[in-house]
Design a protein around this ligand. Structure first.
Ligand SMILES: [Zn+2]
Length: 488
């Protein structure tokens, strides 16, 4: 059966118009009944955020997501599109997607008078019914709601307040769909008033002229919780009209966080299967974000985005890719030192408190990587004796190498440290695995011992153990750049 092409055909097909909120509600109810996933790709919110969103939609509420940056707020809002019908009919050519049975705009009314049931239809797909705007202080009423166009009025001989002279803004263009505004508190007060008037009365004033716009829109917003609750940032009547206020959060568990990072990060470099990323590498990267969120030198109010471990993982793989290219190695296998090479993906994503500023972003990031390494290392090696490795350094052994050292070169050096590479078994790495993976495991053990302060590391000596006399001097964490070969 073909789709109705005119208003008349639509009527005889028995079409009844439904508001966006009822449409979303009906589709949600159907999905729950079918047991199908409600928000695919949204990980870790099953018991917290998602039930609240379901409630809001069942209640036909406009709602706001309150959360720090990188908590998947925009992603959740975009996924609301999956609750819209595949397509809806509109009057062809209408700027505000008018419902063929209940048009709002004057142009459509005129068209219906002229053509009657022969008025042609068009169809909108679900994705076309989602409009998103990032609020900034310079956004105007004209951008969001619309403007009166004196030239259009003069040309058509219309009165200035006639709806034919309106140049519609984003909100009317989102009619019969979802309109999302990110960072709502950054929107000027008078635009918030305009939004409120449309939600409340369906009326709005443009340049002092009253314009009737009873739009059919699901309004959704995001905001940083502190901005939202700050006095004066949101006009009270607008706050009052938001049916639900839903708090988002960072992943509660390392497993959820790693699943998000794995889903979002670009890891498949040319030639799938060329890269081997050891689980401990992923765990340290993810723990960096967890540690940073708890670190008192990092500003809690702006948070640490989940984008941080995502870009960090991408950078870590690239660092390994670069090394593989230079050494003409086939496999791309990240080592713990690649996490230090990924500092540029970390430092821009944390706002530091005064104490952190004084310490310097790079130093803070290195210390956080070290803490994260310690945490993951303890998980694997808590009951594993590593005396023999520590002893090798206590007897005067030192290990220094370039982060670009080839697998063969580093393997030859790590092999000399008694018992080191065998201990990589604890990480699930077997002797017959790719040597590059063994090397990464060996380096992780050394990094772990360094993170727990059982051995030291500095620019001059690389990994070593301080002699008794020198022990009091606190060594600086350094890039793995310049390590010396072992003395033996
Ligand atoms: Zn219209």
């Amino acid at each position: 059966m073909s789709k109705p092409n005119t208003v008349g055909e639509l009527k005889s097909a028995g079409y009844t118009s439904v508001s966006v909120k009822d449409e979303m509600r009906a589709n949600l109810i159907r999905k729950i009944g079918e047991g199908s996933p409600l928000f695919p790709g949204i990980i870790g919110f099953d018991d917290s955020v998602i039930p609240q969103i379901v409630n809001a939609i069942l209640s036909r509420h406009n709602f706001i997501l309150l959360g720090l940056r990188g908590q998947a707020k925009s992603r959740i809002l975009r996924s609301l599109v999956t609750l819209l019908d595949d397509e809806v009919p509109i009057i062809a050519g209408c700027e505000i997607n008018d419902n063929p049975l209940q048009p709002l705009c004057r142009a459509c009314h005129q068209k219906l008078e002229e053509l009657g049931d022969a008025t042609p239809l068009d169809y909108l797909r679900a994705e076309q019914r989602y409009v998103e705007k990032l609020a900034t202080p310079d956004v105007t009423i004209a951008d969001i709601i619309g403007d009166l166009d004196p030239i259009k009025a003069a040309r058509g001989g219309h009165a200035l307040s006639s709806e034919l002279t309106i140049h519609y803004g984003l909100l009317p263009r989102a009619n019969r769909g979802i309109f999302a505004i990110n960072e709502l508190p950054d929107l000027a007060g008078k635009i918030q008033v305009g939004l409120f008037n449309i939600m409340q009365e369906g009326d709005v004033q443009i340049k002092g002229y009253p314009v009737r716009l009873p739009l059919d829109v699901e309004l959704v917003f995001t905001a940083n919780p502190e901005d939202y609750t700050a006095r004066g940032k949101i006009i009270t009547p607008l706050k009052d009209r938001l049916g639900s206020e839903i708090r988002t959060h960072y992943p509660d568990t390392l497993e959820h966080a790693m699943a998000i990072t794995a889903q979002e990060a670009w890891t498949e470099r040319n030639g799938a299967g060329r890269q081997i990323i050891a689980p401990f590498i992923r765990e340290v990267i993810e723990s960096v974000a967890f540690e940073a969120r708890q670190d008192k030198r990092v500003d809690k109010r702006s948070g640490v985005s989940q984008r941080m471990p995502i870009t960090c993982l991408e950078n870590v793989i690239s660092s390994a890719e670069y090394r593989a290219l230079k050494n003409r190695e086939n496999k791309i296998v990240p080592r713990p030192s690649d996490i230090y090479s990924a500092l540029p993906s970390l430092t821009g994503k944390v706002e530091l408190e005064y104490e952190g500023e004084v310490r310097g972003a790079d130093n803070v990031a290195r210390e956080i990587i070290r803490q994260a390494t310690a945490k993951v290392f303890k998980k694997y090696f808590d009951n594993v004796p590593l005396h023999s490795v520590v002893q090798w350094f206590e007897l005067g052994g030192t290990l220094k190498y370039s982060p670009g050292a080839s697998t063969d070169e580093l393997y030859a050096q790590l092999k000399n440290i008694q018992g080191l590479l065998e201990k990589a078994q604890t990480l699930g790495i077997k002797a017959k695995d790719d040597p590059a993976l063994l090397v990464a495991g060996g380096e992780f053990i050394l990094e772990g011992l360094y993170a727990l302060k059982r051995i030291s590391r500095n620019e001059e000596l690389g990994f070593h153990v301080e002699s008794r006399r020198a022990e009091r001097t606190e060594e600086e964490p350094s890039p793995l750049g310049q390590r010396r070969r072992p003395l033996n």
